[in-house]
Design a protein. Structure first.
Length: 64
């Protein structure tokens, strides 16, 4: 019973604290130089430059 309550609590916390703006984004890092990278989303195709090791926190998909 304790395991079931723990699982339910875990799913609720994930749903509350998940970043909805990048939920479907899957960022890949392509390092360019020291500290700089190009980030490309394999889900929507968006690309941007940024710091190494820090993926974008928002979805950059264009709404064409």
């Amino acid at each position: 019973m304790v395991i079931v309550v723990g699982l339910i609590l875990a799913f609720v916390l994930i749903a509350i604290f998940a970043n909805r703006e990048t939920r479907s984004c899957r960022w890949r890092e392509y390092r360019q130089s020291e500290g700089e990278s190009i980030w490309r989303c394999v889900q929507c195709g968006a690309a941007t430059e940024g710091q190494s090791g820090k993926p974008p926190q928002i979805c950059l998909k264009s709404d064409d």
